[in-house]
Design a protein around this ligand. Structure first.
Ligand code: ZN
Length: 490
């Protein structure tokens, strides 16, 4: 029987996922059997993406891997926010990207291209599968204006000096994702012509601030300006995935405001009486207080900081997966070290096992194991299917490897399965740069750092980036500070 034939005959354990909308674990059923459409809020490309950001992408990737392993066909969209995201995440204030462009003396496009490339490189290092689409917000402004025109025509908006605002009192059930009490909603009373009617109302279109002209701006029926940040995700997801789709993911910080507002405006736009998206999934925070790395850097470290400190990206991924996505996780040196050695041990064991054919799905793996192996496979399936319990998947694999009677062939299949499910490349580890801790030639480092600074001054960004990469390879991280470049051996 082919893998495809088995798939329909044997779906495995029931998939149960925690839905932030309603705050309970529910059975998972996509709208179209066998197909899943998912949207994951992507990065705002104005700075070096740090490890805290990475947790959301590793989470959505692991979710996608589990669903694909269970035989679903996935379409995933991850947006790139390159305009409209104000400093402080609110409706006021400067655009994060424009602030970065000014600080770095680069054009907006140079900044967004640079940080988009860094984001993509981090995704690749973390073995995150490529999304099917990465829409850029700035390419979608005409469609965002069309969307806003419809909201306006439907009576969901009002205009004040700072832009066009969504009237949250027109949204039945506003805030239910964040458990905001309905009685907390204020009636639409007008305070003054220049103020929001209710604190919860949010910008759909942000006009140019008085006396200031943005670098990025578009004409609209409400004057020149930029789209509101929340609007962007609604427009791009509906355009690429259809009016209703199966799963929307993001960090738990988005659950309280960004996603609340996405729901309000999308349901007002669609106006069909249905929930816009039925399943909302959020990963908890990665906390950084416990790591020396973040103390020395004064900020959450990046993938490059970790690599320079001898923690390969996939060991960081392993570290993330040792916790359930919905629990807070503290980044500590001990935790990272434990992950590095646990991953090394797992790979060491995998190396000594016989080669087995690759099986991309649960159904395919079933055809490769003995009856005893099938029991273990079921346990892995049960753990992954029960709200993506990755710590239990890891524990099941480790227990299987220690089992004295399980045939080596079964162990090899189970390791390959876990590697596939968790994105850890257990059976086919990538080549990793030499660990840090070796002696570096300080004069040579200084020379490279200065050469990079010269390249930056000459606005030769390609050369500057090349030199930064060259430094990273020898375990040196460079931070650009107002006082000039500072390098460190992490
Ligand atoms: Zn979003």
């Amino acid at each position: 029987m082919t893998a495809a034939g088995l798939e329909s005959a044997a779906p495995g354990a029931k998939i149960r996922l925690f839905n932030s909308l309603g705050r309970q674990v529910t059975d998972f059923h996509p709208a179209t059997p066998g197909q899943v459409r998912m949207y994951s809020c992507g990065p705002t490309v104005y700075s070096d993406p740090h490890l805290g950001n990475m947790r959301a992408y590793v989470f959505s990737d692991t979710l996608r891997r589990m669903l694909e392993w269970k035989g679903f066909a996935i379409t995933q969209v991850v947006n790139i926010t390159d305009v409209g995201h104000a400093v402080g995440d609110g409706d006021e204030g400067e655009d994060k990207v424009e602030v970065a462009a000014r600080a770095e003396q680069r054009s907006v496009r140079e900044v967004t291209d640079h940080y988009t490339a860094m984001f993509m490189a981090d995704m690749e290092a973390l073995n995150v599968l490529r999304a099917h689409e990465y829409p850029r917000a700035s390419d979608y402004v005409p469609k965002m204006i069309d969307f806003a025109v419809k909201l306006d025509a439907g009576g969901h908006t009002y205009q004040i000096a700072s832009g066009l605002y969504f009237d949250t009192t027109t949204s039945p059930g506003y805030g239910r994702l964040a458990l905001i009490p309905q009685e907390g909603q204020q009636a639409g009373k007008r305070v003054s012509a220049d103020e929001k009617r209710s604190p919860a109302d949010f910008a759909i279109w942000r006009a140019d601030p008085v006396g200031q002209r943005r670098i990025m701006r578009w004409d609209s029926p409400w004057g020149p300006g930029v789209p509101g940040w929340h609007l962007e995700c609604s427009v791009m997801s509906i355009d690429l995935l259809g009016p209703h789709f199966d799963i929307h993911t993001g960090g738990v910080d988005h659950r309280e405001l960004h996603h609340v507002n996405e729901i309000a405006q999308s349901e007002a736009f669609l106006d069909d009486g249905h929930d816009w998206v039925r399943l909302w999934m959020h990963n908890e925070f990665l906390l950084s207080g416990g790591a020396k790395l973040s103390k020395s850097a004064g900020r959450m470290p990046t993938i490059r900081d970790l690599a320079a400190a001898g923690v390969p990206p996939l060991a960081f991924r392993y570290f993330l997966l040792t916790a359930h996505y919905a629990s807070q996780l503290e980044l500590t040196d001990d935790g990272l070290e434990a992950a590095v050695s646990a991953l090394r041990r797992l790979r060491g064991r995998a190396e000594r096992l016989p080669p087995v054919p690759a099986a991309a799905t649960l159904a395919g793996a079933r055809g490769l194991v003995s009856a005893a192996g099938a029991v273990k496979l079921e346990q892995i399936d049960a753990a992954a299917s029960e709200d993506l319990n990755t710590p239990r998947v890891l524990a099941e694999v480790q227990a299987a490897l220690r089992d004295p009677v399980l045939p080596d062939n079964d162990k090899a299949v189970l390791v390959a399965v876990a590697g596939q499910l968790l994105g850890l490349r257990l059976a086919d580890p990538p080549e990793e740069p030499a660990p840090a801790g070796r002696v570096v030639d300080e004069a040579a480092v200084e020379e490279l750092v200065q050469a990079r600074e010269q390249a930056r001054k000459a606005r030769d960004w390609a050369e500057a980036d090349r030199l930064r990469d060259e430094l990273a390879v020898i375990g040196v991280a460079v931070a650009d500070t107002p006082e000039g470049p500072r390098w460190s051996l992490a």
